[in-house]
Write a protein that binds this ligand. Structure first.
Ligand SMILES: *Cc1c(COP(=O)(O)O)cnc(C)c1O
Length: 229
């Protein structure tokens, strides 16, 4: 982005909260039941600080290493800061992730469940976990397939005793998201999970109408990201 077109982060947050409140009203929900996660990947620490100054406390990052470069100091300054991992987690980074993140939203395979259980025992720190579901069954996307979700959730809860808080999805980019949000909600409900992490900058209002408890918004808060490799 060029200088002079810096986003007004406080104004963006305010506007998104209004949109969330209206979407919640439309579906007879309490807006307080929706948590806005500010996804700060690729954006520098100064932008995160601007969001903190505007009252935002919940943030998301998609890479462990990038989060490590920005967040440890911020977490010391702002004890209420809560950090969510929303991107894929490699098993060799599990301990780093457990040490830094408060919530891990990308739990998607048994090997990772096992590694997370071990890391949590070792570090005596138990970040809440969301199971990521590949709702569109897209080969390039992470997540368990919808028909495998129930068994995987049972495995995580019963065998690995992970603190499961909900399910998360990223619907196919080119399609209407509503049916996928509804599918994720069904999976959560039939497994007794209350957390529903769905909705990004382009579709968080639809997600709130369909029951999202967590929306993950980046661009609409921080502005466009530089193209990623
Ligand atoms: C980047 C990202 C977001 C935020 O996307 P925007 O479209 O910029 O709001 C949400 N969820 C995940 C998993 C992401 O990687």
């Amino acid at each position: 982005m060029t200088a002079g077109s810096e986003p007004d982060i406080a104004a963006n947050l305010e506007e998104i909260h209004q949109h969330i409140a209206r979407a919640a009203q439309r579906s007879d929900r309490n807006p307080d039941d929706v948590t806005l996660i500010a996804v700060s990947k690729t954006h520098d620490k100064e932008k995160v600080e601007a969001a903190l100054a505007a009252g935002q406390r919940i943030f998301g990052e998609n890479r462990v290493q990038e989060a490590q470069s920005k967040y440890p100091e911020l977490k010391e300054t702002w004890p209420a800061l809560e950090l969510h991992l929303v991107g894929p987690l490699q098993t060799n980074k599990t301990e780093d992730a457990v040490a830094l993140f408060d919530v891990i939203q990308s739990l998607d395979r048994e090997k990772l469940a096992k590694a997370l259980g071990k890391a949590m025992d070792k570090l005596e720190r138990r970040p809440r976990c969301f199971v990521q579901v590949n709702v569109g069954e897209e080969p390039q996307k992470a997540g368990v397939l919808p028909e495998e979700a129930d068994a995987f959730i049972r495995l995580c809860r019963d065998d690995y005793e992970l603190p499961l808080a909900g399910v998360m999805c990223i619907p196919p980019l080119e399609e209407a998201p509503a049916p996928y949000f509804a599918l994720l909600r069904q999976i959560a409900e039939r497994n007794g999970l209350t957390g529903l992490s769905m909705g990004m900058s382009g579709d968080y209002e639809t997600a709130v109408e369909l029951g999202a408890t967590h929306v993950r918004v980046g661009t609409a808060i921080f502005g466009a990201r530089p193209p990623q490799e």
